[in-house]
Design a protein around this ligand. Structure first.
Ligand SMILES: [Zn+2]
Length: 402
């Protein structure tokens, strides 16, 4: 299995400060680096020399506008181009998305490709490989140093393996090694709702909030839990599988093999089914168009589904006391119909004296939340995220550069 280059070094070290400064500001001269980091010029020179010999930094000749305009050009330090990008890959039920970002997590290019219904791992990875090549080409960068990959089912993060067979039959027991062989670069995998939570925590509506639950209200319903700034994966990646909380033991059969799971009442397919036969809606776009036109049935079906999701969120909130609930996924596009319904349940079911009802907000990354979480995962595997927010990456031979 491939290894990642954990180039950034420990939080707060001279190495980390220098690399963080270049990551935030772009290429900097040694003098600018000393000013930006507060390090002694001799320390900057010494660490820059090490980073040069490790092929992490290269010298570029530039003159910045605020620098002298005569005499010799200043030599600035920049990232070696092949180190500086990561790609986030998000496998959904029907499509795969790839997003290439720089070391600061700024998106450079992204794209989506359609997948056949019930695609297996081999087919999915082959489509993803073509998409990554296309998006990397469009971004005009070398092949990224890492890929973070989101899977729409449970993932054993410690052993980097897709869990079980009932949710994703064609993916059972595939591991990161299979992904690396197919995609041709180092890969780290995680569950999609967990990555949606990590994306919002690192770049979106959860920035600066230590305790959040992100609800992916989509074709399936999942939750990503961040406690004390850390993603909670649980044993064999089982944390946050709220789509399979039982709502009614006599309810419809779920794809997991149980009856009456939350997914069978409130996922997108369940909401669309609840609109029939009065309305023959085939897609979320048609459902939202009806809602926007003031259709009472559409509002009722969406709000009933959100209330059912809210019941499960309320129980999770009594257990974990999050500060904020973040709603992402296709049904987040229904906006306040969803957030107000969930907020209502939380107020009704919270402890009245505790005054600890969390905010309920929409995600801020549109439908890129999961791909951006996968980018954050790829960046943290390279040591780019501050240790305070980086997820723990599995110990499988990560090495320092050099
Ligand atoms: Zn189920």
């Amino acid at each position: 299995m491939a290894t990642f280059r954990t180039v950034a070094g420990p939080d707060g070290s001279a190495r980390h400060r220098i690399l963080s400064a270049i990551r935030s500001h772009g290429p900097l001269t040694r003098a600018q680096l000393a000013r930006a980091t507060g390090l002694a010029p001799s320390t900057v020179t010494e660490v820059a020399q090490t980073l040069g010999s490790e092929r992490v930094l290269i010298e570029t000749e530039i003159v910045r506008s605020e620098e002298r305009r005569t005499g010799p050009k200043s030599r600035a330090l920049a990232f070696e181009p092949s180190l500086s990008t990561t790609v986030g890959v998000d496998f959904g039920f029907r499509t795969v998305r790839a997003l290439v970002a720089d070391v600061a997590g700024r998106p450079l290019a992204s794209g989506r490709a359609a997948l056949p219904v019930d695609y297996d791992a081999e087919r999915g990875l082959s489509v993803a490989k073509g998409l990554i090549d296309e998006v990397v080409g469009r971004a005009g960068v070398p092949m990224p140093a890492t890929a973070g990959v989101a899977i729409p089912g449970p993932v054993d993060t410690q052993h980097q393996r897709v869990v079980g067979s009932s949710i994703l039959p064609g993916w059972s027991e595939s591991d990161a090694g299979d992904f690396e062989a197919a995609l041709g670069l180092p890969v780290i995998i995680e569950n999609d709702a967990n990555l949606a939570a990590l994306g919002e925590h690192t770049f979106g509506a959860g920035t600066g909030v230590a305790n959040t639950i992100t609800i992916k209200f989509h074709s399936g319903i999942g939750a990503g839990i961040i406690l004390h700034d850390r993603l909670v994966s649980g044993v064999r990646g089982g944390a946050g599988e709220i789509g399979h909380v039982e709502i009614d033991p006599q309810g419809p059969l779920c794809r997991c093999g149980k009856r009456g799971c939350l997914d069978t009442f409130a996922s997108v397919p369940a909401i669309l089914a609840s609109m029939r036969p009065q309305h023959d809606v085939e897609s979320v776009a048609e459902l939202l168009a009806l809602l926007a036109a003031g259709d009472a049935g559409a509002k009722r079906c969406i709000s009933d589904a959100a209330l059912t999701v809210g019941k499960v969120v309320a129980t999770a909130s009594l257990l974990l006391a999050p500060e904020r609930i973040i709603i992402v996924g296709a049904m987040a596009r229904a906006g306040s119909v969803v957030t107000l319904a969930i907020r209502d349940v939380l107020e009704r079911e919270g402890i009245p004296q505790a005054r600890s009802v969390p905010d309920v907000v929409l995600g801020e990354l549109d439908d890129r939340h999961t791909a951006m979480g996968a980018v954050a995962l790829g960046l943290s595997a390279q040591g780019w995220l501050p240790e305070s927010i980086a997820p723990r990456v599995p110990d499988r031979g990560f090495v320092s550069a050099g």
